[in-house]
Design a protein around this ligand. Structure first.
Ligand code: GLN
Length: 303
């Protein structure tokens, strides 16, 4: 595994096409695209890493996985009255389907759905309390109390969050927002501003890997369902492509991180800030494609 990760990191470092760093969040626009890290937390407890695996990055939409787990812990299956479980086939921040589908977002991983998830775990508490609970969940999953929110990134996103405000207002117009829009947006942008290294993210993803040494933060059924949603919706309109190329549940973020789960085997985090046209890490996707080919860990076959 160590050798494989190092090979993958070397291939990434020599690839001249790094993709394009997201610029719509001003604080992230200056990120150096020449960075690549990968880490794998194995079911037996070992952790391997290569490249820039100890450099913190903005996890952005990867946070939607932890947010969903937290929201489901709060309300259980009632969650599914407010958000669907189908891929949208549209970009992560699209407003298109909300009008046609009565303000019920297609899934919890597009922004509209994630705003509902945030509203759900925020219900009845202050943003500070809700974010404290989210951080507690992530820290417990990763077994790492050092994980924090980058306040500058959160504020930078909040100051330019016109699209997400629009989505929240649209949801509110259909009665699918409980807390005030300002509170939901503030909480959401801070949730997206959680910072982690590949090593920390791989550790945090272990609650989705079945195994004796893995943290048991959700039930087996919930774990399977979250993995199913990651497979079908975790990469927005690039979800089919990711399943085709990698064949493992994954959740991407516009900061260039991807969390990938190999059920029963490992939690893998990869990061490179340059994105492909779907808004998913370009080198990260290519790295996971090589990783899946070498390990035979696609869930669609027996290695
Ligand atoms: N915070 C980002 C946003 O809402 C998350 C998007 C992403 O990572 N794809 O725009």
């Amino acid at each position: 595994m160590q050798k494989l990760l190092e090979e993958i990191a070397t291939t990434a470092a020599t690839n001249p096409d790094k993709g394009r760093v997201a610029t719509y969040i001003p604080e992230l626009a200056g990120t150096d695209p020449n960075q690549f890290g990968i880490a794998a937390a194995m079911a037996d407890g070992r952790v391997f890493s290569a490249g820039d695996a100890d450099v913190p990055f903005s996890i952005q939409s990867v946070s939607k996985v932890f947010a969903l787990a937290l929201a489901l812990g709060r309300v259980g299956d009632a969650m599914w009255t407010r958000v669907g479980r189908e891929p949208s086939g549209l970009s992560f921040d699209s407003v298109l389907l909300l009008e046609r589908e009565n303000g019920i977002p297609r899934n919890p991983f597009i922004n509209a759905g994630a705003l509902v998830t945030t509203d759900t775990y925020l219900a009845g508490s202050s943003p500070r309390e809700a974010l404290g609970e989210l951080l507690r969940f992530i820290r417990a999953a990763a077994d790492d109390d050092g994980i924090h929110i980058n306040e500058k990134v959160a504020r930078s996103e909040l100051a330019t969050a016109h699209r997400n405000y629009s989505l929240a207002h649209y949801l509110a117009s259909f009665g699918n927002m409980q807390a005030s829009i300002d509170k939901v947006l503030g909480t959401y942008c801070h949730q997206c501003g959680v910072e982690m290294t590949c090593r920390q993210l791989a550790m945090a993803g272990r609650f989705l890997v079945d195994g004796d040494k893995m943290p048991a933060l959700v039930s087996a059924e919930r774990r399977r369902r979250i993995n199913a949603l990651m497979m079908t919706c975790g990469h927005y309109d690039g979800s089919g492509d990711f399943a085709f190329r990698v064949g493992m549940p994954g959740k991407s973020g516009v900061g260039g991180g991807i969390l990938v789960v190999s059920p029963g085997r490992a939690s893998i985090a990869v990061w490179s800030p340059g994105l492909n046209p779907y808004g998913n890490s370009k080198l990260g996707t290519e790295a996971m494609e090589a990783f899946a080919r070498k390990t035979g860990w696609s869930v669609f076959g027996v290695p």
